[in-house]
Design a protein around this ligand. Structure first.
Ligand SMILES: [Zn+2]
Length: 85
């Protein structure tokens, strides 16, 4: 292992940060905001979608291309309030 490889003279512009919270993003991360902020932003959309439409968890997951477990976790964690039939 060589210290030469340490990133001291890495151009500053290579360090990407979340546009919302400023958290450093992994270099290969393709989004401009971190996962947490992305989810935060998505909660709102999902919430609205659920309010406007009479949909099941599965339909919500489908619509937002999210794993069903994610939707269920959000509901469980109280991020979403979901009216069950
Ligand atoms: Zn963020």
């Amino acid at each position: 292992m060589s210290l030469k490889r340490f990133n001291f003279d890495e151009p500053e512009s290579n360090l990407r940060r979340c546009e919302k919270c400023g958290k450093a993003l992994p270099r290969r991360y393709i989004y401009d905001i971190c996962e947490q902020c992305e989810h935060d932003a998505m909660y709102k959309d999902v919430k609205e979608y659920i309010m406007k439409n009479n949909v099941t968890e599965l339909e919500v997951a489908d619509h937002f291309h999210l794993p069903l477990e994610t939707i269920q976790r959000w509901i469980k964690e109280g991020h979403l309030s979901y009216k069950k039939n």
